[in-house]
Design a protein around this ligand. Structure first.
Ligand SMILES: Nc1ncnc2c1ncn2[C@@H]1O[C@H](COP(=O)(O)OP(=O)(O)O)[C@@H](O)[C@H]1O
Ligand SMILES: [Mg+2]
Length: 198
């Protein structure tokens, strides 16, 4: 399976989502963002040690994805994005509920890319309440007809990055973690299933 996680906007949760899905779907990661994965992929005891390909922006337009790979987009280049998404089975577009411009930025990302690959899933991230998700979902529906999934703000994603575990693995760790992550896990699991079966 080939997946791209992207949005023109930064800070929407792309990197932890890509890392968590990579673990659960047994995919390698490719990225043009050296900041987060660049650090962790050098730690020998981290899941992504040796499993990450770094692609400089200048090579994005030529990059050929391998069979089982997820691409975490850092810096945005339109031509690079088009090359990557043409090769993918699914495109995930996280959209932060915290940023007031997110809807328009997400709608513009989708408008730019939809003709090259329409298998897109929009993920609303960083909200705290269900009502926040619902109101963003309503706004987004005015712009396009795509599946829209919630992923609440959660400490789980911080742990995905630092521990190199997926949200599923973090949830399953023990009794306490099953309690702490009882709200985020079902949302993540629904996303995981949609990604697998869409
Ligand atoms: N629901 C969520 N989805 C993804 N990240 C989240 C979520 N809630 C909180 N976070 C936190 O938000 C931050 C966003 O990730 P970041 O790497 O800045 O995004 P991007 O890769 O899009 O720039 C991470 O530190 C993560 O721990
Ligand atoms: Mg990132």
């Amino acid at each position: 399976m080939r997946i791209a996680v992207l949005n023109k906007k930064g800070g929407t949760g792309k990197t932890p989502i890509a890392m968590s899905l990579a673990i659960d779907l047994k995919l390698d990661i490719a990225t043009n963002d050296t900041s987060v994965l660049g650090y962790f992929s050098t730690k020998q005891d981290h899941y992504f040690y040796g499993k990450t390909s770094f692609v400089p922006d200048s090579e994005l337009e030529e990059f050929k994805m391998s069979e089982n790979q997820i691409f975490d987009f850092g810096g945005w280049t339109p031509k690079g994005a088009i090359n990557i998404i043409k090769q993918c089975d699914k495109i995930l577009i996280p959209c932060s509920a915290e940023n007031p411009n997110a809807i328009l930025q997400t709608a513009s990302t989708i408008a730019e890319l939809k003709e090259f690959n329409s298998k897109m899933i929009v993920i609303i991230t960083m909200h705290e309440k269900d009502e926040e998700f619902e109101s963003k979902q309503e706004e987004l529906k005015e712009h396009f007809d795509l599946p829209i999934m919630p992923l609440k703000k959660s400490r789980a994603f911080h742990n995905v990055i630092s521990k190199g575990l997926s949200v599923k693995e973090i949830y399953c760790e023990n009794q306490t973690s099953r309690h702490i992550y009882r709200n985020i896990y079902p949302q993540y699991d629904a996303l995981l299933n949609l990604v697998k079966f869409l």
